[in-house]
Ligand binder design. Sequence first.
Ligand SMILES: Cc1cc2nc3c(=O)[nH]c(=O)nc-3n(C[C@H](O)[C@H](O)[C@H](O)COP(=O)(O)OP(=O)(O)OC[C@H]3O[C@@H](n4cnc5c(N)ncnc54)[C@H](O)[C@@H]3O)c2cc1C
Length: 424
Amino acid sequence: MSFQFFMKIHSTVFRGAAPLNRPGRDDIIQEAMSTDIEPIEPSPLTRLSEEEEGFRAEVRRFAREQIGPHVRDMDEKGVFRKEIIQQFFELGLMSIEIPEELGGQGGTFFQAVLAVEELSAVDPSAGVIVDVQNTLVNNALMRWANDEQKRAYLPRLAGNAVGSYALSEAGAGSDAFALAARAEEKGEEYVLSGRKLWITNAAEAELYLVFATLDPGAGYRGITCFLVERGFPGFEVGKKEDKLGIRASSTCELILDACRVPKSNVIGEPGKGYKIAIETLNEGRIGIGAQMVGLARGALDHALAYAKQRKQFGAAIAGFQGVQFALADMATELEAARLLVYNAARLRDAGALFVREAAMAKLYASEAAERIASAAVEVLGGVGFTKDYPVEKLYRDAKIGRIYEGTSNMQRLTIAKQILGKPV
Ligand SMILES: Cc1cc2nc3c(=O)[nH]c(=O)nc-3n(C[C@H](O)[C@H](O)[C@H](O)COP(=O)(O)OP(=O)(O)OC[C@H]3O[C@@H](n4cnc5c(N)ncnc54)[C@H](O)[C@@H]3O)c2cc1C
């Protein structure tokens, strides 16, 4: 099976839109505000082009048929099957936006969002593997790497190399730019020392975008982004976390013990890592919103199916108004979350500003997903609380949406800054 046909054709709605020019944090938003943006033809947000429909149907079928049978086992073992990751590569799901001439699919960000949503409806661990590869790692390289770096690394990321994005540390979570990992210049190399924590895909990855500071005294202006290969001397993948949810997605520590990185592997300019981090995370959080929309849809689908066949008091429980109201609320919250996520993704593909919309999408979708998954457990009653049915796993998986790529509070801070304008 191949998605190539669907991936090559972009959404007609935004064809001809302005080139991407996306803002970052407050201090770079002003710069982006002055960007000329061509008018966008209005279209219902959830109406997909024929190509998008076809792509979504293919990913949905793949997720159900190829991932579905393994979800419970992967969750119990806390390991994602290598064969499925290999299928992600073969299907082009790990390189959705990478240009075709560099081995990718030449697709859109919106297609990446569709893929993450569809995979997450079956297994949010699958969703986040594809999400990190596309929205963080590939995205950062496509926008910030020089031509030589793109030619060296993007074909690998499209071919068989999983990527990780390593910003967080034990002392630097929400305050990510308080990072302590050091980079020191030595001849033709930088020597990196420190530890990174919570790194998604780290167990499977071969390529890592690592953020470290050249000058702790310079604050965020010292932060630099390095592309580190697994085989570089002094690099090691450390302890793997044993987690509540998305258990099959690996989350590990990275150990940088005088890790030697060629100078040619600095991504962007030295001291500009903060900008790369802000801008990629602005986009990445739309992907997490999509993961949560997919998860919530999976939970709702299970609840609907169960409510129609479970009988109590001589009738299907779907016939009771109390159950109907719960299902109606779940469906409404899901639709609202999807609209926010699609809007942010469409804005991003159109080259428009989307920082506020992305934060709202992630905030709302993650909180809605938790409520929807919780309600699904209740619709299933006692069996919903067991591992025999998938909703207890989706309920556990939902919790991470409010934590990674910026906690709910950090999304609220971003939204507040955007709506308040100048600091108060
Ligand atoms: C499964 C998993 C996967 C991850 N994957 C990655 C990855 O691939 N790469 C990576 O770099 N990182 C990754 N992370 C790290 C993740 O982004 C951080 O955990 C997250 O940003 C929160 O940081 P923290 O855990 O240090 O919490 P803290 O920052 O310590 O926050 C604790 C609490 O305090 C609140 N808080 C903190 N500051 C404020 C404030 N100013 N105002 C209001 N409330 C505040 C938070 O909202 C939160 O509720 C991952 C984490 C997990 C759990």
